[in-house]
Design a protein around this ligand. Structure first.
Ligand code: GDP
Ligand code: MG
Length: 457
């Protein structure tokens, strides 16, 4: 009914799973874009988000179920980074997500990050659907571009169907070993207790209609309360970016509520709370990911759920991975400032109290948190004495240099996905502070481990 449609927001969907299972490619396939090939080493480092309007979903699913009633305005899909040490960024992701797609490569079955993702989803009680991807790689698969999966399977040879069933059964068994009941979705009679598997190909599009329709139908059926639109703004900063002509902007996910041009907002900043006024609200054209270059659409107001770029003054030190608050008429400004800084405080608590340890620098609070969690984990155990966000400057080298007197191997900056200024590098060379820089957490760890071994030997 129309009233219900008015009052529901779009579900927010996260896409998770082991690296190279096809998470980015699946989104490309639904969008009709090609982000995956442009990524450094094919690894998604920052969160991106795409809005799929209901009209588009209807178009893509009409062959499967022409009479499907879509009650939500669309679907907002967030592509979370693919590397396993990003579990924290992902847990942020699944925190603000209503439903997830857990991608499994049909040729590989369950892999370490599949299980890690699975455990995260269970810990957070997040509903999910398994996309059993790369069916086109089954030997002898006949392409049926964008076809519903049952139709595609019906057109395959006997041998392909046998291999498909064998691999499907293996995956179901592997899930069972993790204590989870799964079943191919059209045979699943106990949805809710038994998780559904949708076979897909991100290359030729088989099963994509099934995946889209299932995501929407399941969300709108079982999450009415969660998806009910409210006025109170709930919003998270995904990225802080300098855009020519706009200055420093923030990309946010508006989970609920409405944002307007001219709204007074408080953001968490690395130098303290930032109070500013929304100058403009920009979106990419629907179906384009927020990271893809192109023109923006301006909006007077934007209703949740949506991914938006906000331009405003004073956002230079805004911290990605924190929540954004709107100062309404009855909101106490000091209280709002305090609330805005809480995310930062929780990350600061991960720094070693002993004062001995390496210096860690990252681009976002999410990646900083992921890196700190990783360094703290039992099989790594590298203490951290200080943290920084954004490019490495001279002052960061000075701070790391304090360790030269205490423990030489800790006089180190682990720089994750950030630039290092020339002055900082020169100073580090003069002082004897080591800088390790990488875009992948594991590489940082390996470099540092090698160095510590050299120093100790
Ligand atoms: P991610 O790390 O999970 O985001 O995986 P990507 O989307 O980067 O895909 C990893 C690789 O698998 C790329 O080379 C893709 O072209 C390929 N790939 C992804 N999905 C499919 C699929 O359905 N079929 C085939 N044959 N290859 C795929
Ligand atoms: Mg990816």
């Amino acid at each position: 009914n129309e009233v219900a449609k008015e009052s529901l927001r779009s579900p927010i969907c996260c896409i998770m799973g082991h690296v190279d299972t096809g998470k980015t490619k699946l989104l490309d396939c639904i969008r009709g874009t090609n982000v995956q090939e442009g990524e450094a080493g094919g690894i998604t480092q920052q969160i991106g988000a795409t809005y799929f309007p209901a009209e588009n979903i209807r178009e893509r699913t009409k062959e499967l179920r022409p009479d499907a009633k879509l009650k939500v305005p669309g679907l907002l899909v967030i592509d979370t980074p693919g590397h396993e040490s990003f579990s924290n960024l992902r847990s942020r992701g699944s925190n603000l997500c209503d439903i997830a797609i857990l991608v499994v490569d049909i040729m590989h079955g369950l892999e370490p990050q599949t299980i890690e993702s699975l455990n995260l989803l269970r810990k957070r009680n997040t509903e999910f659907i398994v996309a059993l991807n790369k069916v086109d790689r089954l030997y002898g698969w006949k392409t049926c571009k964008n076809a519903p999966i049952e139709k595609a399977l019906a057109l395959q040879s006997k041998d392909v169907v046998i291999e498909f069933n064998m691999r499907l059964t293996q995956v179901i068994t592997q899930f069972k070993e993790q204590g989870l009941n799964t079943e191919i979705y059209y045979k699943n009679k106990e949805m809710g207790d038994t998780f559904s598997i949708v076979p897909t190909s991100a290359i030729s599009g088989e099963g994509i209609p099934d995946l889209l329709l299932y995501l929407v139908m399941w969300s709108q059926k079982t999450m009415v309360e969660k998806l009910t639109f409210v006025d109170k703004v709930q919003c998270t900063v995904l990225e802080v970016k300098v855009i020519p002509g706009h200055g420093t902007t923030i990309d946010v996910v508006l989970v609920n509520g409405v944002l307007h041009e001219g709204d007074q907002i408080v953001a968490c900043g690395s130098q303290g709370p930032i109070i500013t006024t929304v100058r403009s609200l920009l979106t990419r054209h629907p179906m384009k990911e927020l990271r893809v270059k192109g023109t923006y659409q301006h909006h007077r107001e934007v209703k949740a759920a949506q991914c938006i770029k906000i331009t405003a003054q004073g956002l230079e030190h805004a911290v990605a991975g924190t929540s954004l608050h709107v100062i309404g008429p009855d909101v106490d400004v000091d209280e709002a400032k305090k609330t805005a800084m809480e995310d930062m405080k929780s990350v600061m608590s991960l720094v070693d109290k002993s004062g001995e340890g390496v210096y860690v620098q990252a681009s976002t609070l999410g990646s900083l948190e992921a890196l700190l969690e990783f360094l703290k984990s039992p099989d790594v155990k590298i203490p951290v004495s200080g943290i920084g966000l954004g490019p490495v400057h001279k002052k960061d080298i000075m701070k790391a240099g304090v360790m030269l007197e205490k423990k030489k191997e800790y006089a180190t900056v682990l720089a994750f996905d950030v630039k290092i200024t020339t002055e900082a590098r020169e100073l580090a060379d003069n002082m004897g502070v080591k800088i390790f820089s990488a875009d992948i957490i594991y590489h940082l760890f390996d470099q540092f481990k090698g160095y510590v071994k050299d120093v100790r030997d």
